[in-house]
Design a protein around this ligand. Structure first.
Ligand SMILES: *[C@@H]1O[C@H](CO)[C@@H](O)[C@H](O)[C@H]1NC(C)=O
Ligand SMILES: *[C@@H]1O[C@H](CO)[C@@H](O)[C@H](O)[C@H]1NC(C)=O
Ligand SMILES: *[C@@H]1O[C@H](CO)[C@@H](O)[C@H](O)[C@H]1NC(C)=O
Ligand SMILES: *[C@@H]1O[C@H](CO)[C@@H](O)[C@H](O)[C@H]1NC(C)=O
Ligand SMILES: *[C@@H]1O[C@H](CO)[C@@H](O)[C@H](O)[C@H]1NC(C)=O
Ligand SMILES: *[C@@H]1O[C@H](CO)[C@@H](O)[C@H](O)[C@H]1NC(C)=O
Ligand SMILES: *[C@@H]1O[C@H](CO)[C@@H](O)[C@H](O)[C@H]1NC(C)=O
Ligand SMILES: *[C@@H]1O[C@H](CO)[C@@H](O)[C@H](O)[C@H]1NC(C)=O
Ligand SMILES: *[C@@H]1O[C@H](CO)[C@@H](O)[C@H](O)[C@H]1NC(C)=O
Length: 597
C-alpha cells in the first residue's frame, strides 16, 4: 500500500519545533500533491539535493516600472534597456536577508565554500538528510503514474520563523511541475514523401497569396508567404541572434538541420547554430537521439530568421531521477538553472523561444513568481521572450482534450480550467497555435489559452481582455476560470503540419511548440531590422503588441480551444484567449517597428 506524504506529514507535526533546531520553525510553503504523483518511498540516504534559496527582491517594483517604461513605445524611455549591472542591482536582496540566511547555513555547519551565489539566490548541495533537518521536513520519491518519471520532493517545508521574511522560497521542495514539451502530435511520413505538389494558391486572411500545398504541409517558404516575409535580407553579422532552450535531454541535431535546409532553404546549407551547455547539459549528436522538440525549435526558428545566428542551450539537471542506481542524481528543476546562467551573461540573444511548460497549479506560487521575475529581467535587458501557450486548450496537456477532466489541486478536485506556466507570466509573450489557410485556431489539438490564478491581469491587456469578457454571455464558465488573472495567449502562429527533419527523415509535427519558434523567427527579423537602422531591439513585446503592434497582426476569426469537457473559449474579432491578437504580418510589422523611436 502506497502512502501519500500529505497523510504522513500532518501539518501540526511540521510546525512544531524539532529537537536540535534552536528556533521554532514554521511552515513556509505546502502543496497538495498534484494528481498522478504516487509516493514510492524514501530516497537513498546519500541522495544529494541542490537547494536553491531565493531571496525576496525589495526593489522589484522599481525594476518592473523600468521594464514597462523601456517597453512602452509611447514612453520617452522606450528602448533604453538596462545593463546586466543595473538589473543585478535592482534584484539585490536586503543585506539583512543575506546575513540571516548565512547565519542559518552556519548553524547547520555549511561553509561559505559549499555555496554558490547569484544576485538574488544562494545554492547549496546537501544530502537529503541534511535538507530534511534544515527544512524540518521529510522528502519522498514520487513517481508519475502516466510517464513513470520519479522526482524527490516534499509536500511542505518549514523555516525558522524569523527567516520567513528573508527567504522567498526554497526549491526543490514542493515543486511538482515539470517542463513538458508542449507538443502533442507527431506523424512521420515516408522517406520518399516530399512536399506536396502545388496546384494553385490560396489567399490568406491578411491578403497574402500562399501556395495551396501550405494548407497541409508548412515549410519555411509557406511561413514566408503567409506572414509576408519579403523585401528584407537579415544580417548574419549585425550582432543580432536568436536563442532556443532545450531541456529533458532534447538534443538539436546539426545534420538534421542540413537536411532541412537542403529540403526548404538551399541557400542556408552549410550554416549552423552554436550550442551552449548549461548545468551539465549534453550535446549528443547521435542521429537517433535527435529530439523532436529541439529539432523543431532550431529548424523553424533558424529557417524563418535565416541568416540570423542561432544559439541552442542544452540545460541538464532534470528528472527523471533513477532511484535504483543510488547515484546522487540532480533532480533540480532545470528552469531556474537556465535563468541563473543566462542572466549572468553580459550578451544575450535578443530573441528567445521556449516550448516547455506545465500546469500553473503544479508550480508553487513563490517559484512561479521568482521565475517570472527572471523573465522580467530579460525583458528589461532588451530580450524578447516567447513561450508556447500549451496544447491542452483550456485544460491541461496530460490527456486527450476530448475526454479531458480538469481537477483543481486545492484539495476539492473541483472541475476548473487549468492555466499553463510560464505562459501565464505577464512578462513573456505566449504564443498559441493556428493551422490551415486561411488560418483558424487549431482544432485537432487545442491552442492553450486562459487566465492565470497567480498573476493579476497586467494593464497592457486590460482594455482588450475586458472587452472580450464583457462580450461573453452572463455567467459563462462561472467558477471555471479567474477573470481577474493575466490572460493568454498574446499572439499565435502556425502550429500544425510543420515539416521538419528528425534522424534524417522528413516528419510532420505540430503543437504550440511549433508556434513559438516560428513567431520568434519573425521577431528576430524585426530585431535585425531595428539594429540595422541603429535602433534598440524590441525587448519585452507585450506593451508594444497591445498598443500599436496589433496593427501588424492578422486577427484569427475561426475556432475555439476545447478542454475540460467544454468547448472552451471562442475565437472572436479582436483579442481572444485562443489565438490572442493574431498571427504576424512581417511586412506590416517591419514598417511599424521602424517608425518607433
Ligand atoms: C557569472 O559569470 C562569472 C564570469 O564568467 C563567473 O565567474 C561566475 O561564477 C558566474 N556566476 C554564476 C552564479 O554563475
Ligand atoms: C484547407 O484544409 C482544410 C482541412 O483539410 C479544408 O477544410 C479547407 O477547405 C482547405 N482550404 C483550402 C483553401 O483548400
Ligand atoms: C536581398 O538580397 C538579394 C540577393 O543579394 C537582392 O537581390 C535583394 O535586392 C535584396 N533585398 C533587399 C530588400 O535588400
Ligand atoms: C556545426 O557545428 C558543429 C559544432 O561546432 C560541428 O561539429 C558541425 O560540423 C557543424 N556543421 C556544419 C554543417 O557546419
Ligand atoms: C477550490 O476551487 C474551487 C474551484 O475554483 C472553488 O469553488 C473552491 O471554493 C475551492 N476550495 C478551496 C478549499 O479552496
Ligand atoms: C481527489 O482525487 C484523488 C485522485 O483520484 C483522490 O485520491 C482524492 O481522494 C480526491 N479528493 C477528494 C476530496 O475527492
Ligand atoms: C484569481 O487570480 C487572482 C490574481 O489575479 C488571485 O489573487 C486569486 O487568488 C485567484 N483566485 C483563485 C481562486 O485562484
Ligand atoms: C462559442 O460559440 C458557440 C457557437 O456560436 C456558442 O454556442 C458558445 O456558447 C460559444 N462559447 C463561448 C464560451 O462563448
Ligand atoms: C506586406 O508587407 C508590405 C510592406 O513590406 C506591405 O506593403 C504589403 O501591403 C504587405 N502585404 C499584405 C498582404 O499585407
Amino acid at each position: 500500500m502506497l502512502v501519500f506524504a500529505s497523510v504522513v506529514l500532518a501539518l501540526g507535526g511540521v510546525a512544531s519545533a524539532t529537537p536540535g533546531l534552536r528556533r521554532s520553525s514554521k511552515v513556509k510553503e505546502s502543496i497538495n500533491v498534484p494528481r498522478n504523483w504516487v509516493n514510492v518511498g524514501t530516497p537513498p540516504a546519500d541522495h544529494k539535493i541542490n537547494l536553491r534559496i531565493a531571496f525576496p527582491q525589495p526593489n522589484f517594483a522599481t525594476l518592473e516600472s523600468h521594464l514597462y517604461e523601456v517597453s512602452d513605445p509611447s514612453h520617452p524611455r522606450y528602448g533604453a534597456h538596462l545593463s546586466k549591472e543595473e538589473v543585478d542591482e535592482l534584484v539585490k536582496p536586503h543585506g539583512e536577508s543575506v546575513d540571516a540566511v548565512s547565519r542559518w547555513l552556519e548553524e547547520h555547519n555549511i561553509q561559505e565554500s559549499d555555496c554558490a551565489r547569484g544576485p538574488d539566490w544562494v545554492k547549496v548541495k546537501v544530502p537529503v538528510s541534511m535538507a530534511e533537518k534544515m527544512l524540518d521536513t521529510k522528502y519522498y520519491m514520487w513517481q508519475h503514474a502516466v510517464d513513470g518519471d520519479v522526482i524527490v520532493r516534499t509536500t511542505s517545508y518549514a523555516l525558522p520563523e524569523d527567516l520567513h521574511e528573508h527567504v522567498s522560497g526554497v526549491q526543490p521542495t514542493t515543486m511538482f511541475g515539470r517542463l513538458k514539451p508542449q507538443r502533442s502530435f507527431i506523424s512521420v511520413i515516408d522517406h520518399a514523401d516530399s512536399i506536396p505538389e502545388s496546384t494553385g494558391s490560396i489567399t490568406s486572411g491578411s491578403g497574402t497569396v500562399v501556395d495551396n500545398s501550405c494548407n497541409s504541409t508548412i515549410t519555411v517558404t509557406c511561413i514566408n508567404e503567409l506572414y509576408n516575409v519579403t523585401d528584407f535580407n537579415a544580417s548574419a553579422t549585425n550582432g543580432n541572434a536568436i536563442g532556443l532552450t532545450g531541456y529533458l535531454e532534447q538534443f538539436a541535431n546539426f545534420q538534421d538541420l542540413q537536411d532541412f535546409y537542403a529540403d526548404q532553404l538551399p541557400q542556408a546549407v552549410g550554416t549552423n547554430f552554436s550550442v551552449e551547455l548549461v548545468n551539465g547539459g549534453e550535446n549528443d549528436q547521435t542521429p537517433a537521439n535527435a529530439g523532436a522538440e529541439a529539432n523543431l525549435d532550431t529548424q523553424f526558428a533558424l529557417g524563418v530568421s535565416f541568416p540570423t545566428p542561432g544559439l541552442f542551450w542544452s540545460t541538464g539537471g532534470s528528472p527523471p531521477f533513477i532511484p535504483d542506481t543510488g547515484t546522487p542524481t540532480d533532480t533540480n528543476e532545470p528552469y531556474t538553472e537556465w535563468l541563473d546562467f543566462v542572466l549572468n551573461q553580459t550578451t544575450i540573444p535578443q530573441t528567445i523561444s521556449t516550448s516547455y511548460g506545465d500546469d500553473e497549479q503544479t508550480v508553487p506560487e513563490s517559484f512561479a513568481i521568482t521565475a517570472c521575475n527572471g523573465f522580467a529581467q530579460l525583458g528589461a535587458r532588451g530580450v524578447s521572450v516567447m513561450f508556447s501557450s500549451g496544447d491542452g486548450g483550456v485544460g491541461d496537456g496530460d490527456s486527450n482534450p476530448a475526454t479531458q477532466q480538469c481537477f483543481s489541486n486545492n484539495g476539492t478536485n473541483a472541475t476548473v480550467f487549468i492555466p499553463a506556466f510560464p505562459a501565464s507570466c505577464p512578462f513573456v509573450t505566449a504564443v498559441g497555435a493556428t493551422n490551415h489557410i486561411p488560418e483558424t485556431a487549431v482544432s485537432r489539438f487545442f491552442s492553450g489559452g486562459g487566465f492565470s490564478n497567480y498573476f493579476v491581469r497586467p494593464s497592457y491587456q486590460d482594455s482588450v481582455v475586458s472587452a472580450y469578457l464583457a462580450a461573453l454571455p452572463e455567467g459563462t464558465y462561472a467558477g471555471l476560470f479567474n477573470a481577474s488573472g493575466r490572460a493568454y495567449p498574446d499572439v499565435s502562429a502556425q502550429g500544425d503540419f510543420l515539416r521538419i527533419f528528425i534522424d534524417g527523415s522528413p516528419t510532420l509535427i505540430g503543437g504550440t511548440s511549433a508556434s513559438s519558434p516560428t513567431f520568434a523567427g519573425v521577431i528576430a527579423l524585426l530585431n535585425s531590422a531595428r539594429i540595422d537602422a541603429g535602433l534598440s531591439t524590441l525587448g519585452f513585446l507585450n506593451p508594444f503588441l497591445y498598443s500599436t503592434g496589433f496593427a501588424g497582426l492578422t486577427d484569427i476569426l475561426v475556432g475555439n480551444n476545447a478542454g475540460c469537457g467544454t468547448t472552451g473559449f471562442n475565437v472572436t474579432s479582436g483579442w481572444d484567449p485562443v489565438t490572442g491578437l493574431g498571427t504576424p504580418n512581417f511586412g506590416l510589422l517591419k514598417d511599424i517597428v521602424l517608425a518607433l523611436p
